[in-house]
Design a protein around this ligand. Structure first.
Ligand SMILES: [Zn+2]
Ligand SMILES: [Zn+2]
Length: 101
């Protein structure tokens, strides 16, 4: 039995995306039966992380949902990094300018 078959047996032969792709699924989940792949839910930010999740974290995804969700996970991770960097620069700036007077 392949990993995908295992996931489909457990979760059903439908895309299990509940909007993580950024699209609105009117039925609550996408339910698309086409082009399914087994991938982590929620999507992780990097391929290495996605390859290293526990089998029970895998869900069936259709191609478009998975691509969008993975893209969003990457964007979120990049935004969080950016924010942390800006915070770091901010506090550095405060340190150097705080005692000027
Ligand atoms: Zn889908
Ligand atoms: Zn979706």
């Amino acid at each position: 039995m392949t990993l995908l078959q295992d996931v489909l047996n457990r979760c059903g032969r439908r895309c299990a995306c509940e909007g993580a792709c950024g699209r609105t699924h009117l039925a609550g989940t996408c339910n698309s039966p086409r082009g399914l792949t087994a991938a982590p839910y929620p999507a992780r930010a990097t391929d290495a992380q996605n390859a290293n999740v526990q089998p029970e974290d895998l869900r069936p995804w259709c191609g478009p949902c998975w691509n969008h969700a993975r893209g969003r996970a990457r964007q979120d991770a990049a935004a969080a990094r950016q924010q942390q960097m800006e915070k770091g620069q901010q506090s550095l700036f405060d340190l150097t300018s705080g005692s000027a007077a």
